[in-house]
Each structure stands twice: as C-alpha cells, then as structure tokens.
Unconditional design. Structure first.
Length: 558
C-alpha cells in the first residue's frame, strides 16, 4: 500500500478522501482498499461497486465462494498474502483472481509471471477477501496456530493422563494436542456450555453452544477428523480402537495450579466419522446463590420456604438445558449444613459437591434410581435428591420418602407446573399421594440476557403489547429493549437468566388434585391464586429490560 496508488489518487481526485485523512488512518489499514474505506466511511461492498463503475472491472460476491474450490496448484501463501489476491478458477490458460484494488497492476504482473497464466481480475469486498484468504490457509496448512499459541496451549495438562500416552502422541500429533487444548480454552473463555466436533464428507465443523445457541467457531480440514477424535478419546480415557459404538467419558483439564475444569464427553459414530460432544461442567454455576438465578422476589420466598420444611417434595421441571440442575444444586447448597445428611442419585453426577453423598446411577450394575432411593432410606437421610423421576417405582418410593419425614427433590421433563401434577397421575400415582406429598413445583426456562453495553430501546404499538400479554397497567410506563450487538457480546446477548413458574401446592390445589382435575383446571386455579406462569414471568423480565420480548417469545414458544 503506497501513497501513489492509482486507486488512492482516483478517490482523492473525486474528493471522496483527503491526504490528511490518509495520513491519519494509514497506520490502521493493511491494504489500499481498507484505507479508503476507513477514510471515506464506505463499506467494502460499496467500494467494490464504485470500482465497477470507475474501472469497468466485473464485481464478484465472495459470500457464496467456497475456498475448497481454489485451484490446489495455485495455493502460494506468500504470493497471495503479499498482494491480497485470491485465485478463484482456472479455465485453460486463463486464471480469474479476486482483488480489492483493480489498479494494483504490479501485483497482477507478479502473479502472471509466477503462475505462467493470463490473469483476469474481478473486484471484491476487501473484508470478505481477507476472510477467504484466512480460511484458505487455515484449511490448507492443517491447523492455524501461531508460535505464541503453541507455547501457551502446549503447557495445559490433562489429569490422570499417563506419560507414555503423551509421549506416544507427541511424536506426530503435537499440533493436534495444542489445537484441542486451544479449542477447550476458547470455549471456557467464551462461556460456552457445550462443544460439538462434527465430521462431514467435505468439511469438519467445531461449534460452541453459547447462551443456549450454537455458533460455528472453527473449521479444521476434514482430513484431520480421525486424529482429532483420537486425541479427544485419549484425553477422555476411551477406547480409541472402538469406532462403531457410542462411548462416554470425562476430561479433567488442569488450567492452573489451583483450577481444573471438568468436561463430560460423548462420542457417536456417524456417516463420516465420530461426532463428539463435550459438556463443560462448571462447578461455580452450582454455587452462584439463589439471588442471581432470576427468581422474582415472591418466587424466591416460596422456594426458600419449601426448603425449610422438614418433609415434602420439591419438583423442578423443564426441557433439557433449561437449568434444572443448577436450581436443584442451589437448593442443596442452601441445605448443605453439618447437621443434615444429604444423598443424591444422579445420571450422571455432573458436579461434585463436598458434604453431599452423590451416587452415580449404573443400570448395568442394577443401580437404578429406585434401588438407590431404597438404599438411601436405610441410611438415615434428611434430604434426598433424585436426578429424575422416570417411572412409577421411582415416583412411589420418592412419595413414600416425602410422606415419612424426608425432604425429597427431583426433576421431571414437563412443560409447566400443572402438567407435572397430571404426569404423576398418568404414571399411576394415586391422586391422594400426589396431593399430600408434593409441596412445590418449579417450571423453568433459560432466556438470554441483553448485553447491558449495547441494548437499545424498542418501540411497539400499544395494541401489540396488549396482544403479547402485557396488562394495561404495565403498558403505561413500559420500555422494552432489543439486541444490537457489540464486541462485548454475542448477537446482542451476554449470559442467561432463568424464567420461572413457581407453584405452591395449597389446600385448594390439593382439593382440585383429589377431584382429578386436568392441567388446564389446575393452571386456572394457580393463576387465580396469584402464581405467575412462565409467560407472565417472562414478560416481567422483558419489562425490566433484562431480556428482549423476542427472546421471551422464543423460550415460551409464543
């Protein structure tokens, strides 16, 4: 990039930029096109379209171009990066190349001399060109790791990995080891909950689930699929030779002298290799405290009062990934005192809690939820937590425990609090047992929090707000916010907050259950008694500016 570039001179002549602007912005740009965009305020696409008019050079949209189609014999990194040119397609002795500066004649001559082909140029958006060049060399040279990254991520240790395993791998796979370590650390830094490693016929994809939404984060070459899965399986203490069956394992990654992060690992054979999903088990999430989870004040009081009772059953319900485990663990942490004996049956045990006796369910060894519960009741328990009530036997033993002086906590996969009661009845639990044992039901979802740095007010007509479910009183002074997006967040959201329906089983509700009421009748009574359903709780979150109305509509299926 030089001051006398014909492209720069053209835009100075047109009065679009000035020499003073160039001087001020030159240190921030790496190419002529980028410098012109910085000075003029144009986008890369607008500049490319201007070049189309000024120089009669065809414009090409790189959005739909796959770098896998670049002629393999023309991938010359030094030449491409030096001149910011991307070979697109070769036809006979003619080569079509993408550029953001159609006046860089010296670069075209160098490319023609190096390749021995006649070059035809097309003008493109300089940002897209930079992205495609980076993609090309990320995929063609294997794994894109700088020397500093190599040093940083090579030092991470996997606990319980034997020195012989490390030595065997390090002979050929040091870059693979470092790359996987980098991916895991990136996921931790970005606050991801899950990592997906996915092989396909022509590509390999790595995705992170951040705030409940999957985002593609990396695309290493698919030729490395087997080596990547082998490394993860070694870290997880799984059978590398077994590629036909699903496997489950765990990784404990030591990231400093005092801190380790656990990952739950699951492998699944697919058409093009093994898909691997890792769940990050963050023990700090279980110790957040009830105040940061998102309960409304009256809902928090209902939960704390239920925890103080010496007996009864607290049920937490919602789909997978709705934060049920964190709600249960938060309750267990509140109860975790030296004078209480607490036992849990979990499948799997995700987070280790000191002072609580945690049992891993193992159906092969006949350690089912029901059998674990039976054993707990012979061990003088005060509090029992059952990971999930899946069948009538587990439900009956749980209810018996709740009726005989124990506090029982568990989960069910239902959509709302009233549906939880009817699910127990449908399992075959007598209505009088449900009415006398269940003390509190919490139905929940997780909504993404709006980024406080970039959220912006959203205007909606009063009629639409009323239609959405806001009351006349709420609409009077209502300010809703929408996501915008900035460097501090993902798509305008950062973090998550719980949306809850907390229903206490009152004498009136017990009476309804005994009468065999359906979920709609129980829901109507809960509303009459003043218990907010998920929709109402969600609208309160939107009204307070914590999240957006669009996000509440997403999580409540409105």
């Amino acid at each position: 990039m030089e001051h006398h570039s014909p492209l720069l001179r053209k835009f100075i002549t047109l009065g679009r930029i000035t020499p003073d602007q160039i001087k001020a912005k030159q240190s921030e740009a790496t190419t002529t096109a980028e410098l012109i965009c910085l000075c003029s305020g144009m986008s890369g696409q607008e500049l490319a379209e201007q070049c189309l008019d000024l120089f009669r050079v065809p414009y090409f949209d790189l959005n739909g171009f796959d770098v896998e189609n670049v002629p393999k014999d023309l991938i010359k990194e030094k030449l491409i990066r030096q001149h910011y040119l991307l070979p697109l397609v070769k036809k006979d002795r003619k080569l079509f190349i993408a550029t953001s500066d159609p006046t860089d004649y010296g670069a075209f001559e160098n490319f023609e001399f190096s390749t021995g082909l006649q070059c035809e140029i097309v003008v493109v958006d300089h940002k897209l060109l930079e992205q495609k060049i980076d993609q090309l060399f990320d995929s063609s040279s294997g794994l894109s790791l700088s020397e500093d990254e190599f040093k940083e991520f090579a030092s991470l240790d996997v606990e319980d990995e034997t020195p012989s395993q490390q030595q065997d791998e390090e002979k050929d796979d040091a870059p693979i080891i470092v790359y996987i370590n980098k991916i895991l650390m990136d996921a931790i830094k970005k606050g991801a909950s899950d990592l997906h490693f996915e092989p396909y016929e022509k590509k390999y994809r790595v995705r992170f689930r951040i705030d409940g939404i999957l985002h593609e984060m990396a695309s290493p070459p698919n030729t490395l699929a087997s080596r990547l899965s082998a490394r993860i399986k070694v870290m997880s203490h799984l059978d590398i030779a077994e590629k036909r069956k699903p496997q489950d394992g765990r990784i404990k990654l030591k990231i400093s002298e005092r801190k380790s992060i656990d990952f739950r690992v699951s492998t699944l054979p697919t058409m093009w290799g093994e898909k691997i999903v890792m769940r990050i088990l963050d023990s700090s999430a279980a110790k957040l405290g009830i105040d940061v989870l998102g309960y409304e004040p009256e809902q928090k009081d209902l939960y704390l009062n239920a925890l103080e009772q010496p007996q009864g059953m607290i049920l937490v319900t919602g789909p997978t990934g709705s934060g049920k485990t964190v709600s249960l663990y938060t309750g267990l942490n509140i109860l975790n005192k030296p004078e209480r004996n607490i036992s849990t049956a979990e499948d799997p045990v995700e987070i280790n809690l000191e002072g609580i006796n945690q049992v891993q369910i193992n159906t092969k060894a006949d350690m089912t939820f029901a059998n674990a519960l039976k054993a707990f009741l012979r061990q003088d328990p005060d509090v029992v937590m059952v990971g999930e009530i899946r069948d009538l036997e587990t439900a009956e033993i749980s209810i018996k425990a709740a009726q005989t002086g124990h506090l029982v906590m568990s989960t069910l996969h239902t959509n709302s609090a009233p549906e939880t009661l009817t699910r127990l009845l449908n399992m075959g639990v007598p209505a009088y047992n449900v009415a006398s044992s269940v003390s509190l039901i919490i139905a929940q979802r997780l909504a993404r929090r709006l980024c406080p740095k970039c959220k912006e007010p959203e205007e909606l007509p009063k009629e639409e707000l009323l239609k959405q479910g806001f009351t006349e009183e709420q609409v009077k002074d209502l300010t809703l916010y929408a996501p915008k997006g900035c460097d501090h967040c993902t798509d305008g959201y950062k973090g998550r907050v719980g949306v809850y329906e907390v229903v206490k089983i009152t004498p009136e509700m017990s009476h309804k259950i005994m009468e065999g009421a359906n979920s709609l009748e129980i829901a109507a009574l809960a509303d009459k008694l003043g218990f907010d359903n998920l929709r109402k709780s969600g609208l309160k979150k939107a009204a307070s500016g914590v999240t957006s109305l669009a996000e509440i509509n997403r999580v409540t299926n409105y």
